[in-house]
Design a protein around this ligand. Structure first.
Ligand SMILES: C[S@@+](CC[C@H](N)C(=O)[O-])C[C@H]1O[C@@H](n2cnc3c(N)ncnc32)[C@H](O)[C@@H]1O
Length: 307
């Protein structure tokens, strides 16, 4: 394990301001950092919290959880669990939830994790290396239609069918694809037109990562759970890094920010809104200049109503 790899936190002050930026009642408050990573947001939250408050962090990556041992603060605890685990917190008990989605730089930059086509490594891509299947294991017998569907739906890749067929043909001829560079080369050989400045394998790698980690399903589940655990006035702050995630967050906030009428009972009172949308923020030009990985970030903020 390369413990020297660092993560530059995206929208650090903006996210923590949005989470804590309102006068807190005197009673102890609980905050949740649902995606600890290397703790950039958690450390700033702790520095801004009061002595009586507490911070519960989650991360499904054991290396992220191990790195949290550096935080020596009795107000802090971390759980090695996917963030759907927030639904086990007491109803209406949490004053703010932060989700900084996707992968951390240490995950991408460590060749052994298999997230990047830039390095040669095993084709793994699991955030939680203690359970589930790696991408290589899944590709050993996944049906061609499923592979194509994953690449199309999660990578928005025009050549999904051709790439899926090439993966299956290669596995029949020479055995399964086991490494990142093998996959990147196969995609480059199959995808004939390239988007300027983008590696042809970008979309396929994104698709496989989202699929193998059930990223969109877990996001949807955790957002729904947040409605139950946030107390009235509590904040939901979500930073996403691609349009599929952002669409889910945007639609979730929009759905719960308007009164819902039941079409089958047109005269019944509407279900009242559970969230108030507080807005969205993108990184400044200065942040993008200093950290290229922030360029696709979008942060959305909502507040739990008393409904
Ligand atoms: C972008 S990084 C977070 C960086 C963090 N905010 C910081 O400043 O260091 C995302 C982290 O969330 C974790 N993660 C992603 N999806 C998760 C999920 N469904 N449940 C728990 N952790 C998740 C990843 O393992 C990764 O460590």
């Amino acid at each position: 394990m390369n413990t020297g790899l660092i993560h530059t936190t995206v929208l650090l002050h903006e996210a923590v301001d949005a989470l804590l930026g309102q006068p807190l009642p005197a009673q102890p408050q609980t905050f949740v950092d649902a995606t600890f990573g290397r703790g950039g947001h958690s450390r700033l939250i702790l520095s801004r919290m009061r002595a009586q408050d507490r911070l519960i962090a989650f991360d499904k990556d054991p290396q992220a959880v191990a790195s949290a041992a550096q935080i020596d603060d009795t107000r802090f605890s971390i759980r090695h669990q996917d963030f759907c685990g927030i639904d086990a917190l007491a109803p209406a008990s949490v004053a703010g939830i932060l989700m900084d989605l996707g992968v951390s730089s240490p995950q991408i930059d460590e060749p052994n994790r298999g997230f990047s086509f830039r390095f040669d490594g095993p084709l793994d891509m699991r955030m939680d290396t203690t359970r589930g299947q790696s991408v290589a294991q899944w590709l050993t017998d996944a049906p061609v239609n499923q592979i194509a569907e994953v690449i199309r739906d999660y990578g928005e890749e025009r050549f999904a069918g051709a790439i899926a067929k090439a993966i299956v043909a290669r596995r029949q001829e020479r055995g399964p694809i086991a490494s990142t560079t093998d996959l990147a080369q196969l995609v480059a050989d199959t995808v004939k037109t390239r988007e300027p400045g983008q590696n042809p394998a970008t979309r396929t790698f994104q698709a496989f990562r989202i699929f193998i980690n059930a990223e969109l399903e877990e996001l949807q589940h955790a957002l729904e759970a947040s409605l139950n655990v946030l107390k009235p006035g509590g904040r939901l702050v979500v930073i996403s890094f691609h349009s599929l995630e952002d669409r889910i967050v945007k639609q979730f906030i929009a759905k719960h920010s308007r009164d819902e009428y039941d079409r089958r009972a047109p005269f019944a009172a509407p279900k009242v809104m559970k969230l108030k949308a507080l807005g969205r923020i993108k990184p400044s030009a200065a942040e993008v200049a200093g950290n290229a990985r922030s360029r696709s970030a979008m942060m959305r903020v909502a507040q739990r109503t008393s409904a």
